[in-house]
Design a protein around this ligand. Sequence first.
Ligand SMILES: NC(=O)c1ccc[n+]([C@@H]2O[C@H](COP(=O)([O-])OP(=O)(O)OC[C@H]3O[C@@H](n4cnc5c(N)ncnc54)[C@H](OP(=O)(O)O)[C@@H]3O)[C@@H](O)[C@H]2O)c1
Length: 327
Amino acid sequence: MTIRWGILGTGTIAHLLAEDLALLPNAALTAIGSRTQDRAQAFAETFDVPQQYGSYEALVGDADVDLVYVATPHSGHLPHATMALEAGHAVLCEKPLALNAEQAARLIATARRHDQFLMEAMWTRFLPVMTDVRRLVHDEQALGDVHFLRADIGVTQDFDPTHRLFDPTLGGGALLDLGVYPIAFAFDLFGPPDTLTSSAVLGETGVDEQCAAIFRYDDGPQVVWHASVRADAGRTCVLAGSQGRLHGARSWWKGAPFTLTRTDDTTDTWARPYAGNGYQFEAAHVMRCLRDGRRESPVMPLDESHRLLQLTDALRADWGVAYPPET
Ligand SMILES: NC(=O)c1ccc[n+]([C@@H]2O[C@H](COP(=O)([O-])OP(=O)(O)OC[C@H]3O[C@@H](n4cnc5c(N)ncnc54)[C@H](OP(=O)(O)O)[C@@H]3O)[C@@H](O)[C@H]2O)c1
């Protein structure tokens, strides 16, 4: 069964996902929607998309689309995903699911009211090497008792107050763009923390350009993570336990190799190189969910997306970071 995709928005991630859909035999990219006809046209020419629309309303009005992929800035996730769900489409929405937990709850309620599939596009979770990590840590207990996770993630973006990473009206800042990856990784392995402490460096526009947090689990490990839109961080992670450590190489959240070093210094590496950009794994998962008649992913459940935003809400409250579209 071919799943017909419509992409809402024509930015960076829309291009990356469109490239990866071409790797999936049962995915058909049938429609693109942009705020302008010109951008829709250009995208359609690049990817040979049969239908192009100069408004998001027109895209979601296409009854021949099964699934809408929402690829807009963070502030667009709630309005654009809502629009697609109400028009009767399944939705894969870019991360995070919304700006805050209250918005996410509204979006989840809309999906349930319309009996439609909804998932946050936490693509890292679907990468093959992450299956290895979960197996090593949980099933094989290769690290023994895990006591520690450290993860960092950073990009260097030149300051531009209108860029989505710096503009508070678009939900800018390191937390929602990058911090969600180590948070989701910690949730995946250990669930939400019991307590946390954090710190952020706010920039000229009032968003967190750098942030860091320490999670504490009453019966689990300590998690330390850092995210930045200003620093070319090591982009590595380490999980450490009583019997060894697992080191995620540079750009660990993009499926880089993980190396296990045991306490006797023997090592093994799990490398799962892939074709394309890596978004095909989440896309294939969503299509499997749709074929199985699911309304929610068992791998990235909606409750988890909501819990993640409850946590980011709490962090932002401590830092005094607010986004104007939240109210
Ligand atoms: N870049 C990545 O590698 C990456 C990776 C994973 C996830 N993501 C997520 O993907 C989402 C989009 O990121 P991106 O990097 O693709 O952003 P982007 O390059 O800025 O593209 C966003 C697109 O959204 C549309 N849009 C709608 N309202 C907008 C507004 N007010 N201002 C700017 N654009 C607006 C625009 O398309 P039209 O003008 O055609 O309507 C624009 O091209 C974010 O949630 C981000 O966290 C990005």
